[in-house]
Ligand binder design. Structure first.
Ligand code: AMP
Length: 220
């Protein structure tokens, strides 16, 4: 299955993508996680990306497309993948189409998760990330098992991401409306676009997504 998850920041894309990846046995390709990994490791790409990320702006398309193509060529992505947080602009959508043509594969579905802006602002303010491994929690809807302790690695520093601060959240939401939302019109003619309601619990949203997945994904 080759799937894109689209939605505004804080809609729970990452959580749903992780679940779907586990459920379908295919990798989650999350450009935000990949970029944060580069920032943590202080790579050249990370140093370039960091200033855009801290301001809530998008990292340039050419940087993202090159990074994604390398990732999609890795062996574990040969049988399918879940794109989480990519594409984020129409040029990235066009670039992805070209990459998929080069790989001789096609998309199966584009899931757009929708939710109202007030709910997103509340959710994002409650989001915390592990300073060591980057695992993401939400103090209200998806807290760690022990308060203040990362389930994944046991670290005790759960922080509010720089780009989850209220002023940056608003900026990221505006960026979504201006640059990412038009992707829905780009994908609409493909007939692969499915919209699902993003309010409700993590389980409810997961069920909404499962309900629209195709029974038989494309083989190529
Ligand atoms: P995310 O974790 O997906 O919310 O991404 C965090 C930040 O990483 C975004 O606010 C952008 O600065 C950057 N980023 C992640 N994915 C992309 C993308 N596909 N294109 C441009 N910038 C991205």
């Amino acid at each position: 299955m080759r799937l894109i998850l689209i939605g505004p920041p804080g809609v729970g894309k990452g959580t749903q993508a992780r679940r779907l990846a586990e459920h379908l046995g295919i990798p989650q390709v999350a450009t935000g996680d990949m970029l944060r990994d580069h920032v943590r490791k202080k790579t050249k790409l990370g140093q370039k990306a960091q200033s855009y990320m801290n301001k809530g702006q998008l990292v340039p398309d050419d940087v993202i497309l090159a990074m994604v193509e390398v990732r999609l060529r890795e062996k574990d992505a040969a049988g399918g993948f879940i794109l989480d947080g990519f594409p984020r602009t129409v040029p990235q959508g066009v670039g992805l189409t070209v990459i998929l043509e080069r790989l001789d594969v096609t998309l199966d579905i584009i899931v757009a998760i929708s939710v109202n802006q007030d709910m997103i602002l509340t959710r994002l303010a409650a989001r915390r990330s592990c300073a060591r491994c980057g695992a993401v929690y939400n103090l209200v809807i998806n807290p760690p098992k022990t308060i203040g302790v990362c389930d994944a690695c046991g670290a005790t520093e759960l922080i509010l991401r720089e780009d989850d601060r209220p002023e940056t959240i608003r900026k990221r939401f505006d960026v979504y409306q201006e640059q990412t939302f038009p992707l829905l019109a780009y994908y609409s003619p493909t007939g692969l676009l499915k919209e699902v309601a993003g309010d409700g619990t993590v389980d409810e949203i997961f069920q909404n997504i499962q309900a629209v997945l195709p029974d038989k994904p494309n083989r190529s």
